[in-house]
Design a protein around this ligand. Structure first.
Ligand code: B12
Length: 369
């Protein structure tokens, strides 16, 4: 697509199939002007509804699915990391364009003020941004703090600007311990906390364990806010550890403290057991060390929330990523076996590793081996 051509022609009811394809093309061609023109036209073309509703549809039914496709194509090794970054940057521009297009049509009466932020260490800003823009379109005043907000600065913000709720976003499960710290700290300010994003699990199970309200998406966030969230009392404030009694076995803490040693030994064991690794270049070796580092991080996270599924999902995902890049998923087994040997006194870690190992080795639909 060239700049300014948008090939709209869709009926008022949004059937975005073709537009998704065109937006995808524009993102991959780094055609920012074309992408922006396309989404603006899509808002204006949806004339059967008021502008804020049309804008919301474009954000959630056009821009968001195309962004998800960016992830799928990267995972399948069909686009590069650079293309993924460029596409995301362009799509962020599209979100701003939609917000600007609808700005003059926003409802005059505001429903209240909320703060939206990504938890510490969380770079996935776009999901939070979508939540922010949808809430603005639906009548909320939003303080949008963006990516990786250090918890102390978030708390300082809440003290400066009282709000009806703080909405925390996280996409990467590895950020769950940080999310829990942020949720607990926000609660001590007496501000209701809502969590969301892929990290909290499809049913929000981790958010609830951390005493945060949860909604699956931006519209769900609005619904919960309208219903009203309970304000936490100062007396209810407590250390995050008390929400997760299993942490008293210290497995999470000890795996975290010995992480460097665990990664080093695992790398040595993998090199011993997986012959092709001996011919790896230094950058392939570096990637392998990173993969092992992530495996230990996710083991720690699974211990933190006490859920083997979290680790199995991560290992299955890693196997898929490796498989798409020509590395057999079985290459992960020596790493799991090494950790099993090193963590013999850790019953929860052992159960988590064993469950993941079984998933990798037992053939079945969708199984990587
Ligand atoms: C773009 C992107 C990036 C960009 C982010 C830039 C940016 N400005 O956002 C960059 C390059 C920084 C990045 C980095 C990484 N990424 Co990334 N990334 C993505 C990608 C392609 C899109 C994310 C996105 O915007 N999704 C679109 C929206 C629509 O997502 P959504 O979650 O559905 O949002 C809705 C709901 O979740 C909900 N919601 C969200 N927040 C909240 C909050 C509240 C309160 C509520 C109620 C609701 C809510 O509402 C939203 C709108 O309705 C995803 C793929 C994907 N499928 O999402 C991978 C993905 C999330 N990334 C992934 C990975 C692995 C990484 C890295 C670890 C890669 C690496 N090795 O470095 C790093 C981690 C960085 C970090 N510490 O955060 C994996 C995660 C897999 C996993 N199991 O953990 C994914 C899934 C890619 C994949 N297909 O495998 N990434």
């Amino acid at each position: 697509m060239t700049t300014g051509e948008t090939a709209l022609g869709t009926p008022a009811a949004p059937a975005y199939g073709e537009l998704r394809e065109l937006l995808w093309r524009a993102l991959i061609d780094c055609d920012g002007a074309g992408a922006v023109a396309l989404v603006r036209d899509a808002v204006r073309a949806d004339a059967s509804v008021q502008v804020p509703i049309a804008a919301e549809r474009v954000l959630l039914d056009l821009i968001a699915p195309v962004q998800e496709r960016v992830g799928t194509e990267w995972a399948a090794d069909r686009i590069s990391v650079a293309q993924e970054h460029a596409a995301t940057a362009t799509n962020e521009r599209c979100v701003s364009a939609v917000a600007d297009t609808a700005a003059s049509a926003l409802p005059g009466q505001r429903l209240g003020r909320v703060t939206v932020a990504c938890v510490d260490g969380e770079w996935h800003a776009l999901p939070a941004r979508l939540v922010t823009e949808v809430l603005r379109l639906r009548g909320w005043t939003v303080d949008h703090l963006g990516a990786q907000v250090p918890t102390e600065h978030l708390i300082a913000h809440l003290h400066r600007r009282a709000c009806d709720a703080v909405l925390l976003s996280s996409s990467i499960p590895a950020r769950l311990p940080a999310a829990h710290t942020a949720i607990s700290a926000c609660r001590t300010t007496g501000t209701p906390v809502m969590a969301g994003g892929a990290a909290f699990g499809p049913d929000g199970r981790y958010a609830r364990r951390m005493r945060a309200a949860w909604a699956p998406d931006a519209v769900g966030a609005h619904t919960l806010l309208v219903q009203g969230l309970e304000r936490p009392t100062v007396e209810a404030a407590r250390l995050p550890d008390l929400d997760l009694p299993h942490l008293s076995d210290q497995e999470y803490t000890l795996v975290g403290k010995t992480k460097r040693r665990l990664v080093k030994q695992t790398l040595a064991d993998v090199e011993e057991a997986f012959a092709p690794m001996r011919r790896y270049s230094s950058s392939q070796r570096e990637r392998t060390a990173e993969d092992i580092d992530h495996i230990v991080t996710y083991l720690g996270t699974a211990l933190y929330v006490d859920d083997a599924d979290l680790f199995t999902t991560f290992v299955t995902w890693t196997a898929g990523i490796l498989g798409a890049r020509g590395v057999p998923p079985a290459a992960l087994l020596p790493a799991l076996d090494s950790l099993l040997r090193q963590l013999t006194d850790f019953p929860r870690a052992e159960a988590i590793l064993t469950a993941a190992r079984t998933t990798l080795t037992v053939p079945g639909p969708g199984r990587p081996v």
